[in-house]
Write a protein that binds this ligand. Structure first.
Ligand code: NAD
Length: 492
């Protein structure tokens, strides 16, 4: 992976300084398969250095007023907006996602910094009422040094989503971007410094998962871990956190269903399902990757989906078409293998490899829809992380609920119906951290608490919940004299 000649190596950012490493790794452009950048290969030594820098900065940052911390976050958001075009271009090259999606991601990244700048000033503790002889209240205190391990699918969005609330409440951070797409997170770190973030408050150590990632997860100087990625690695990170008795939040993806009832408005359903399938080439933790359809509308919906997907334009992210490449040759091999396994049972009903042309270079996979899959099949249970949809048919609401809840995951679900009672019933019964009715948000706005049930993980990101996630509660109790003991006051 490491090599000598070629582009300058992007360094780590530790203690406010650019820090070089002995080795480096190559970052490829998934749209072409060519070399995009060379990045410092941080390891245990750099993680150690970053944790020490964060610890040294901790008191100064946590003791600033919420207003002062918020001002820096707000300026970071403004700088992301100033450089939005450059960040979007970088993200589109680094991840392969169409430029318009990368632009939207950059806007959301800015919004995370702005949102947490605003709400942290209204994030109070509680006063406990009417205690006999005591006055008690709670304070939100930062953990201290927090570790953040970021995936490659939404580096700008997820980077900002995990960093902004942690910074807002006064933590100092060590962040490990994904090796496949680290560039925009490194750039956001530089922008935060430009915005006035003190040195050491935010440290970025790019590197490989088994090296920098594992070193960060196991480091005894880390007080809280946030991980977003796969289930097996999430389990390793949680085990490392448990050994150090520190909390971890895990966001591990899903197999999120659309449940389409017979009275659904298909004019709304079809474009939303298509968007949820194609967005980021299906590499979205909350991708709507299962379509559960009532038998009455199944054939009509499949026909409309076929028509909508027949005109999908596939090509390099910066060309801003409908569908970009997958992130890597490894991800392409993984998606291809899952699709081949299912194709052994039945050919895709819509699209599929060999039937839809894709560019010769780069890591492209065409839209692929399997119909009437066996609910026990891998394609119906496991995250594919590609533009692949698995369809099942149900006859009544009870069967729909059983199918929807029939995987190990529980991140998001969508219910499509005009009937209010059915919508409420399903919103209650579906096992998911978010349920959308007649819409699909792929996580939704920055204000909406987000996180998994079951194997989709635990802990909450976004909204006020993320502030609580990044804090610990301290209860302060002060003895107050009973009324009769106060000089000059008459006991009743
Ligand atoms: P991954 O879990 O291996 O990587 C996610 C992050 O964890 C990266 O930063 C990586 O460097 C780091 N990491 C890897 N090994 C580590 C270790 N031993 N200790 C600490 N950190 C480590 O994910 P992946 O291999 O890139 O993708 C595989 C699958 O994971 C995907 O196909 C998809 O199903 C899932 N995934 C989910 C999400 C999500 O948003 N929930 C994101 C990415 C991948």
């Amino acid at each position: 992976m490491a090599s000598q000649a070629g582009p300058a190596v992007r360094p780590c950012l530790i203690g406010g300084d650019a820090v070089a490493t002995a080795g480096s790794f190559d970052v490829l452009d998934p749209s072409t398969g060519g070399l995009l950048a060379r990045v410092a290969r941080g390891g245990a030594a750099e993680i150690d250095q970053a944790v020490a820098a964060a610890r040294a900065a901790s008191r100064g940052w946590r003791e600033r007023s919420a207003e002062a911390r918020a001002a820096v976050l707000r300026r970071t958001g403004a700088l992301i907006r100033r450089d939005l075009d450059d960040l979007a271009d970088l993200e589109s090259h680094d991840t392969g996602k169409p430029l318009a999606q990368a632009r939207a991601d950059a806007g959301v990244a800015a919004r995370y910094f702005e949102y947490y700048a605003s709400v942290v000033e209204a994030f109070f503790g509680h006063t406990l009422p009417d205690l006999d002889g005591y006055l008690a209240w709670t304070r939100h205190e930062p953990y201290g040094v927090t570790g953040h391990i970021i995936p490659w699918n939404y580096p700008l969005q997820i980077g900002a989503r995990t960093m902004a609330p942690a910074l807002a409440v006064g933590n100092c951070l060590v962040v490990k971007p994904a090796e496949e797409a680290p560039l925009s997170v490194l750039r956001m770190g530089e922008l935060a410094l430009e915005a006035g973030l003190p040195p050491g408050v935010l440290n970025l150590v790019p590197g490989l998962g088994a090296e920098a990632g594992a070193a960060l997860a196991a480091h005894p100087g880390i007080d809280h871990l946030s991980f977003i990625g796969s289930v097996p690695v999430g389990a390793e990170v949680a085990a490392a956190a448990a050994r150090n008795i520190v909390p971890a939040s895990l966001e591990l993806g899903g197999k999120s269903p659309h449940v389409v009832l017979p009275d659904a408005d298909l004019d709304l359903v079809v474009p939303t399902v298509v968007r949820a399938l194609l967005q980021n080439a299906g590499q979205t933790c909350s991708a709507g990757s299962r379509l559960l359809v009532h038998a009455e509308v199944h054939e009509e919906l499949m026909g409309r989906l076929d028509a909508a997907l027949s005109s999908v334009r596939i090509g390099p992210g910066p060309q801003d078409l409908d569908l970009g490449p997958l992130i890597s040759a490894r991800q392409l091999a993984r998606v291809s293998a899952m699709v081949e396994t299912e194709s052994g049972t039945a050919a895709p009903r819509i699209g599929g490899p060999g039937r839809v042309p894709t560019p010769p270079e780069g890591f492209y996979f065409p839209p692929t829809v399997f119909d009437r899959v066996d609910p026990g099949a891998e394609i119906a249970r496991e995250e594919v992380f590609g533009p692949v949809l698995a369809t099942s048919v149900f006859k009544d609401t009870a069967e729909a609920i059983a199918l929807a809840n029939g995987t190990a995951y529980g991140l998001i679900a969508a219910v499509w119906t005009r009937d209010l009672d059915t919508a409420h019933h399903l919103a209650t019964e579906l096992r998911a951290g978010q349920v959308y009715v007649n819409s699909y948000g792929a996580g939704g706005g920055v204000e909406l608490p987000f996180g998994g049930f079951a194997k989709s993980g635990y802990g909450r990101e976004k909204g006020f919940e993320a502030l609580a996630e990044m804090c610990q509660t301290k209860t302060v109790v002060v003895r107050v004299p009973p009324r009769g003991e106060v000089p000059g006051q008459v006991a009743r």
